[in-house]
Each structure stands twice: as structure tokens, then as C-alpha cells.
Design a protein around this ligand. Structure first.
Ligand code: PHE
Length: 356
């Protein structure tokens, strides 16, 4: 038995070794069986037989351990050899990423408004219909709420219907509710001055509309904020963003349910050449207005004490204008050639000190 067993151990691989160990030394192994049989023997016989069996057990256990150590050492040596790094190999060229133009525009907007003391706020993509519509004076029968414009979710948010937010304006509501609540215990809380970059969703799809797009909202609330602040703020912003110091900016009376008065903001450009800043034509860029008194009231803010302005702009549109990008859909195709051409270096972040 000893001879056969030692030969088997010498020939076994790691798995085989474990099977052998179980077959010999395991609970119902052969050597264990021999040891158990000692119990039924006469004392004299047990003594000599016991010494024999125990020495056999030691020999086998040692042989198993030795073989295991040898196999493991060989395996390690093989792995070390296979994993060798050839340090004489030249470095493989690495792909450098780029900042997507949409992200770049949002960073530029943040840099410009950040310099004017605005904080960045974000809100969820999935909203309840009160925060997205109702609180903003958009009543149940308003066409903006129609299925053709809005993605309704087969779910509720709280106990209100859930929608994919159709604009960033619900973050106005969230911010004002929060602010009014905090003001109860912090009466000297700083006034609101935020921008809200983010994704928005509408059931629309063609060369100039995508079902998912981006907006940046702005909201300023204080005791004596006027239309003059709105105009100055947006004129400064547009001139900085397009990097044209005398960019013509026009405020045109318009209508939004949640602002009163409301204004659409146009910049000067040439319809013929597409050049911005000259040419005598006007191009609509963003929506704005003084926050409607009942929107303030919906958020627990007394409109006789506070007022302010809001604006909202589409990020894709101003990005296309600024960089001469013709088709909106290219933004989302993840075509590396396009991104390499239109993307921005991550090492040159948007900063104001030399123009944006
Ligand atoms: N939420 C409006 C839109 O999506 C834009 C807007 C925001 C207008 C804030 C006025 C004030 O078109």
C-alpha cells in the first residue's frame, strides 16, 4: 500500500492530490480505516500494528504535503514567467478624451454666472406634475401638458402623476419652497441667486428637436429685484458667452404662464451668413420674465415682500450657434470623429479671465 500510494502521489496534479488525500486520510479513507480497526485488536497486536499504521500515516501525510508544495512552487514560477513585463516595449498611444460641446456650454454658463455670484442647483429628471406644471401656473388644460409634448410615466411621485420634466423651471419651485421653509428659522438667509443646468424631455424628434435636450434655468429672488436687473444680467451674460462686447440684445414682450411680464430675448445676427453680432436680423435665444406673483405665493413667498426674475435657455441651440453645428442629432450619436472635432480639451477649463 505504501509503495502504490507514494507512486500515485508522485504522479498526481493538485486536484488529484486532494482526491488522494480524501481517499487515504479522509473520514472514510483507507488509512483511517486501518486506524479504526486497531480498536478491535488485542493489546499486544494493537501495539505493533499501531506503530506500523501510524508511521504509514505520517509517511503519506508528508508525501502529500511535499508534493503539494512542489506543485504550487512550479505553478507560481510558471505564472511569474508568463506575467513578465517587457519594459523595453514602447508606450502604447493613449486616446485622450474631450469635453462634449454640451458640457462645455454648461461649464461656460456656470463660469459666467458663477462670477456674478450665482450658485448651481440641480433637480431630478422625474418630476411630479404639480412641480413641473401646476406650481408654475400651467393649468390642467394647457397645451404644454398634452401627451404630444410631455412624457408621462406610468407611476406617481408622492401621490401626483410623474412626468419627465419638460423644462428646468420646476427647480425654481423646489428652490423657492426650500428657501421659504429655511427662512422660518433663518430670517436673514441670503436671497436666491441660482442657475440650474440639466436634462429636459419632450415628445419631439426632428433635425432641431430631440426628445432629450438640455436647458439652463436662472432664478433671482430678493427684496428689490427689478426688470432692470434681469436685462443687465442677461445682456452681460450673452455678451460674455458669445464673446462679442457690443452684441445687440433685444427684449421682446412675450408670454409664459409663470412670469409677468415676460420677455423673449433675441440677439443680433445675419440670417444669410449665420454670423452672430452683425447683419441686422434677430434670433430668439431665451425666455425670461419677472416671477409671477402667484408662483411666489405657491412657494410660500409673499410677493409683496419679495420679487425676482427667471430665465431659461436651450443649451443645444446656443451651442450650435456658437460653434456652427448644423444638426442637433449629432450631439447624441457618440461619433468619436465628431467629438474629436467639436470637443474641448479637458485641460483648458472654461474661465472668464480672458473672455470665456
Ligand atoms: N421654461 C421655459 C421654457 O422651457 C423658459 C423660461 C424659463 C421662461 C424661465 C421664462 C422664465 O421654454
Amino acid at each position: 500500500m505504501r509503495r502504490e500510494t507514494l507512486a500515485a502521489i508522485a504522479a498526481a496534479d493538485l486536484d488529484g492530490l486532494e482526491s488522494l488525500r480524501v481517499a487515504l486520510l479522509g473520514k472514510s479513507g483507507a488509512v483511517t480505516g486501518l486506524l479504526k480497526a486497531l480498536g478491535g485488536m488485542a493489546p499486544e497486536e494493537r501495539k505493533s500494528r499501531g506503530a506500523e499504521v501510524n508511521s504509514l500515516k505520517t509517511i503519506i501525510a508528508d508525501a502529500l504535503a511535499e508534493r503539494r508544495a512542489a506543485l504550487e512552487a512550479a505553478a507560481l514560477a510558471a505564472r511569474l514567467k508568463a506575467d513578465t513585463i517587457d519594459i523595453s516595449q514602447p508606450v502604447r498611444p493613449e486616446q485622450q478624451g474631450a469635453i462634449h460641446p454640451i458640457s462645455r456650454t454648461m461649464e461656460e454658463i456656470a463660469a459666467i454666472f458663477g462670477a456674478a455670484g450665482f450658485a448651481i442647483k440641480e433637480g431630478p429628471d422625474i418630476e411630479d406634475d404639480w412641480t413641473n406644471f401646476g406650481a408654475l401656473n400651467i393649468p390642467a388644460h394647457h397645451p404644454a401638458r398634452a401627451m404630444m409634448d410631455t412624457f408621462y410615466l406610468n407611476a406617481t411621485h408622492g401621490n401626483r402623476p410623474a412626468v419627465l420634466r419638460t423644462h428646468t423651471s420646476p427647480v425654481q419651485i423646489r428652490t423657492m419652497l426650500d428657501w421659504a421653509r429655511r427662512r422660518e428659522s433663518e430670517p436673514d438667509i441670503a436671497p436666491i441667486r441660482i442657475i440650474v443646468p440639466g436634462r429636459t424631455f419632450r415628445a419631439d424628434h426632428d433635425a432641431t428637436h430631440s426628445p432629450m435636450f438640455h436647458q439652463t434655468e436662472g432664478l433671482v429672488i430678493g427684496r428689490d429685484i427689478t426688470l432692470g436687473h434681469l436685462k443687465g444680467c442677461l445682456i452681460d451674460f450673452l455678451r460674455a458667452f458669445f464673446d462679442i462686447p457690443n452684441l445687440p440684445v433685444r427684449f421682446r414682450a412675450s408670454y409664459f404662464p409663470f412670469t409677468e411680464p415676460s420677455m423673449e430675448v433675441d440677439i443680433g445676427w445675419s440670417k444669410k451668413t449665420g454670423e452672430i453680432g452683425k447683419g441686422g436680423d434677430w434670433l430668439e435665444i431665451l425666455g425670461s420674465g419677472m416671477v409671477h406673483a402667484s408662483v411666489l405665493a405657491n412657494c410660500g413667498i409673499d410677493p409683496r415682500e419679495f420679487q425676482g426674475f427667471a430665465f431659461g435657455m436651450g443649451i443645444e441651440r446656443i451651442t450650435m450657434l456658437k460653434h456652427g453645428i448644423a444638426d442637433l442629432r449629432l450631439f447624441y450619436e457618440s461619433d468619436m470623429r465628431w467629438l474629436r472635432h467639436y470637443g474641448f480639451s479637458p485641460f483648458a477649463p472654461a474661465m472668464l479671465h480672458e473672455g470665456i
